[in-house]
Design a binder for this molecule. Structure first.
Ligand code: AMP
Ligand code: ZN
Length: 469
């Protein structure tokens, strides 16, 4: 497989540390609010990456954290803890907020057919690991104490901006919200490993540490949680592009300082979903969620299809018109694939292998999902039997996960409802005609027959109405 590696800024052959095995890490959500469909674009693309690796034959272990402490309103360690702000907003405890939004996140993932990672670990589970890493960094001289916080000293590194090309403006991206200079820092890019002195005296979550009661910085979470479950060498680390700096840059700085060797070889970054105001962002407040899409009548999987039509390394513009187009194409595609479910006979192995290879090629070409979808359309047009097409769609679905072969229960139910409504209306019309002819016995018989079927009718001034009982 070939993947674009943000670290080398090249498309490269993906070679994991151990043959056939992939150790993969994903930055999880900060659970102070619903995930918006921009966040979920990242998780959809990462899901496709994981499934593509599995499809290509790798044994993947994927780990994700849940950020339930330490992520301040600016990624550069200033501002209020997002979890504390969320708890205040909703008059709940931080743990209630974390539990509620973690559940909402996974419910949304389920609706989008995003597989749950093998390991999901909330940051608040790993306080001893964070403290240990900070202790080692202090011992090795990579960290210092100032103003009662512990900071990472970026001047101790040969190279801090490992993702390169970061100009002054880009460096400030992480500090975009409310930049306040921290006078304790020796160097501008130093970051907090452990807070004890914070300007938020009401910080509810605090733990004992060798430096006093406090809480961890956000970046250290991902370094520790990934090492806890994946060991000292990781193959691929993912997140949205906004995580490159400072979050991933800091993760690399502290992990490699702690380990004394290279930590992760490949970095996979998903570009943003933008709306007309620019990057969709939780802090802007006006966000679209999976529930909003459902309320407006969209199938969440139509949104997944919308995301897969474009490449993860390009910003994606969101408008309802574009989603409508994707939704229409998705409905047509699904109608076509569902017809294959009645296919009989055997699949043609040679044709199957040929298209599967083309599909793998598309994925192996830096996860080219729109190309993979083109291969799917080519299968549907191909000169082969339906059994082969069905086998191929089923196989491609291991990665695309568009629900293309899931019978639409809801739609069937509503067709049933429509048929019932048509029948009842017909009986009401017949009863009305019977009454007009003064055939009351027939009118009563119709009423009784409907009642026996669980339908109650009532004559009102506006006409006859009915309900299921
Ligand atoms: P957060 O919950 O804010 O920590 O973000 C969760 C994930 O969503 C991270 O990987 C972010 O980089 C990513 N993300 C945030 N905003 C967007 C966006 N507008 N489009 C795509 N990914 C995003
Ligand atoms: Zn992270």
């Amino acid at each position: 497989m070939k993947l674009y590696n943000t670290l080398t800024r090249k498309v490269e052959e993906f070679i994991p540390n151990e043959e056939g095995k992939v150790r993969m890490y994903t930055c999880g959500p900060t659970v102070y609010h619903f995930a918006h469909i921009g966040n979920l674009r990242s998780y959809i693309c990462e899901d496709v990456l994981e499934k593509s690796l599995r499809y290509a034959g790798y044994d993947v272990k994927r780990v994700m954290n849940i950020t339930d402490v330490g992520h301040l309103s600016s990624d550069a360690d200033t501002g209020e803890d997002k979890m504390v702000a969320g708890a205040k907003r909703e008059h709940k405890t931080i743990m209630e907020i974390a539990e509620f939004y973690t559940k909402c996140f996974f419910d949304d993932c389920e609706k989008l057919n995003i597989k749950r990672p093998d390991v999901v670990e909330p940051a608040t589970n790993c306080i001893p690991e964070f403290i240990h890493m900070v202790e080692v960094l202090l011992e090795k001289g990579y960290a210092y104490r100032a103003g009662e916080n512990v900071y990472f000293d970026t001047s101790k590194l040969d190279e801090y901006f490992v993702f390169g090309n970061q100009n002054e403006e880009e460096q400030l991206l992480g500090a975009r919200d409310d930049v306040t200079e921290d006078p304790n820092k020796k160097n501008r890019n130093d970051f907090v490993l452990w807070f004890t002195k914070s300007k938020f005296e009401d910080q509810a979550l605090k733990w004992d540490s060798p430096w006093g009661e406090g809480y961890p910085g956000w970046h250290i979470e991902c370094s520790c949680i990934s090492m806890k479950h994946l060991g000292e060498y990781m193959d691929i680390h993912c997140g949205g592009v906004d995580n490159m700096f400072p979050h991933h840059t800091n993760e690399i700085a502290q992990s490699e300082a702690y380990l004394g060797h290279k930590w992760c070889n490949y970095w996979f970054h998903v570009h943003h979903l933008n709306d007309r105001n620019g990057k969709m962002s939780k802090s802007k407040g006006d966000i679209l969620t999976v529930s909003t899409l459902e309320e407006k009548g969209y199938d969440p999987l139509a949104y997944r299809f919308f995301c897969l039509q474009s490449h993860y390394r390009k910003p994606l513009e969101f408008t309802f018109e574009l989603l409508d187009n994707a939704g229409n194409a998705y409905d047509k595609l699904k109608k076509r694939t569902l017809q294959l479910l009645s296919a009989e006979g055997d699949a043609d192995q040679a044709v199957f292998d040929e298209y599967k290879a083309r599909f793998l090629d598309a994925l192996g070409n830096d996860i080219n999902t729109s190309m993979a979808i083109t291969v799917l359309y080519d299968v549907l047009k191909a000169d082969t039997n339906d059994a082969t097409k069905l086998a191929l769609v089923r196989s491609f679905e291991e990665v695309l996960s568009l629900g293309l072969l899931d019978a639409p229960e809801e739609a069937e139910k509503s067709e049933e409802d429509e048929a019932l409504a048509a029948y009842v209306e017909e009986q009401i019309a017949l009863r009305k005609a019977a009454k007009k002819e003064k055939n009351f016995a027939e009118a009563d018989r119709i009423r009784e027959e409907l009642l026996a079927k669980g339908i109650q009718i009532r004559d009102t001034r506006e006409g006859t109405v009915w309900e299921k009982i």
